[in-house]
Design a protein around this ligand. Structure first.
Ligand code: ADP
Ligand code: MG
Ligand code: MG
Length: 480
């Protein structure tokens, strides 16, 4: 395996005294600008901790950054078309639905609304985030890790990280480097998408409903969205409810208008509902179905949600499939370039071949179930163990196999709550996310835009780097 190194934006290490001082200032900057989260250990609604962050912006190849931003509208279009192809979604997810209960329940909701005949003409709002790692073995070209179509987070907080990094560079006497830290307009763009959907819905008294978890740790990110919506249009009210509360109090009117506590709902924005634990009983599933049946514009609709599954990602990488959705060969080539090896693990010849390949070289692959939110994938030696335990078991079809991407490493400082006052210089790797907004139905696309980015960085030795999950840190790109 080849790994390579990227040079940090300034010469490191910093002297201890300078480091201690700048870390102190950067932590306060982060707290005072809302780059925060609620603590999982000492949870209180009355206080915030700063979110883990990287002291200096991490170097990222400019050309690859531009490539990722440029391809976003093609990916938006691709997911949109996939989501409106009932035959394709059903056949791609068929084997998974047979064994994976969560995907199966989502799929049942999809079938129900599809059979009722409304799903196709209803508008969907997509706030997507496509994630990439630069691949050392491919000259640091970006490869897509996945695309998130539900609860794509950190657009709110990440919009502020370039300012944090510009402040740090300035304080360290490197103001000349600020120009290489691109502006991020993710928050404005994502909220602009929600407001555009709200306007299309056409009821000036209707609200935007955020579907939230029972406990919100990532509160700053969510509130930034709410405050930005209010800043852009103070007429629009945002309400927050859990799926359980929705089950208890929401109703459908005679024309299928969704209302809750006497308020009509124009747009439903899911920040929950992407993992099994968020549906503790059949009540929450009934709430999801009610929302899906309603006239409200869903972000995402059930078909957008399903189009973002890892199984669909894998099916799209099968030869000849992209061509069904993208007619322009240049677009097909551009998307193929960012795909890396993705393999079905169905119980057939192809699946057996893929499993054998990974059993021989487990360190070269990642094994993925149909889950979101981090912490669900299998890496290294365990890939072999888990695959061997599933030989001949139908359960294997709920997983996909992906080639492991080895990103370039660079030195940097990770700052975490409760960490040392003088952090160690460590080896880091970064994952870039690009946000896209799309609004449309089966026959039209009303809006399709790329709106901003996020960078998340983890220790190079860690398998995963989710910030909410605990091992990653917020970052912003330094383009070279
Ligand atoms: P989730 O939906 O849970 O975020 P991901 O597919 O994004 O699932 O995987 C979680 C994390 O695992 C990624 O953020 C990345 O750090 C790591 N990862 C996933 N796929 C790969 C891969 N093919 N190569 C290297 N790392 C990967
Ligand atoms: Mg995901
Ligand atoms: Mg991910």
């Amino acid at each position: 395996m080849t790994t390579n190194r990227l040079e940090p934006c300034i010469k490191l290490p910093l002297e201890n005294e300078i480091l201690e001082d700048i870390v102190d200032k950067a932590k306060d900057w982060a707290l005072m600008h809302g780059a925060g989260m609620r603590s999982k250990v000492n949870f209180s609604k009355d206080s915030l901790q700063f979110a883990p962050f990287i002291l200096l912006p991490s170097t990222f190849p400019r050309e690859e950054f531009n490539k990722a931003t440029e391809i976003q509208i093609i990916l938006n279009e691709l997911i949109h078309k996939v989501a409106h192809d009932y035959g394709f979604l059903s056949s791609s997810l068929k084997s998974t639905v047979e064994v994976d209960e969560f995907t199966s329940r989502l799929f049942k909701i999809y079938e129900t609304v599809h059979n009722e005949g409304t799903a196709q003409q209803m508008l969907s709002l997509g706030l997507f985030r496509s994630d990439y790692l630069a691949h050392s073995a491919a000259n640091n070209n970006i490869k897509q890790v996945e695309i998130n179509t539900i609860a794509s987070s950190f657009g709110g907080i990440c919009t502020h990280i370039p300012s944090l990094h510009r402040y740090v560079l300035q304080e360290l006497g490197h103001g000349d480097k600020i120009k290489n830290v691109p502006v991020n307009t993710a928050l404005e763009g994502l909220c602009g998408g929600m407001l555009e959907a709200w306007k299309i819905y056409g009821d000036p008294n209707a609200v935007i409903l955020f579907v939230i978890e029972n406990i919100t740790y990532n509160i700053c990110d969510q509130r930034f969205h709410e405050f930005e919506i209010r800043r852009q249009n103070r007429m629009v009210v945002v309400i927050r409810r859990t799926l359980t509360q929705i089950a208890d109090t929401a109703k459908l009117g005679k024309n299928k208008e969704l209302s809750i506590d006497g308020l009509s709902v124009a747009v439903v924005y899911f920040r929950s509902g992407y993992e099994p634990a968020q549906y503790p009983s059949s009540k929450e599933w009934a709430a999801r179905l009610m929302i899906e049946r309603s006239l409200a514009i869903k972000c995402p609709s059930i078909h957008y949600h399903l189009a973002g599954t890892k199984k669909v990602q894998q099916t799209l990488a099968t030869p000849g499939v992209l061509e069904k959705f993208l007619t322009d060969p240049a677009k097909v080539d551009a998307v193929k370039e960012i795909f890396t090896g993705l393999y079905s693990l169905d119980l057939d010849e192809d699946g057996n071949r893929a499993a054998e390949m990974a059993i021989m070289k487990p360190e070269c692959y990642v094994l993925k179930p149909q889950r979101e939110g981090g912490g669900n994938n299998v890496y290294g030696e365990k890939v072999r163990e888990v695959l061997q335990s599933m030989t001949d078991s139908q359960e294997r079809t709920a997983w996909i196999l992906m080639e492991r991407i080895i990103p370039p490493v660079q030195k940097g400082y990770m700052i975490r709550p409760g960490g040392p006052e003088v952090p160690q210089l460590v080896d880091l790797v970064s994952e870039l996310g690009i946000f896209g907004v799309i609004i449309g139905n089966a026959s039209t696309v009303i809006a399709n835009r790329q709106v901003g980015h996020m960078l998340r960085t983890k220790l190079s030795s860690a398998d995963e780097g989710g910030v909410a999950a605990g091992s990653g840190a917020l970052d912003s790109p330094y383009l070279i």
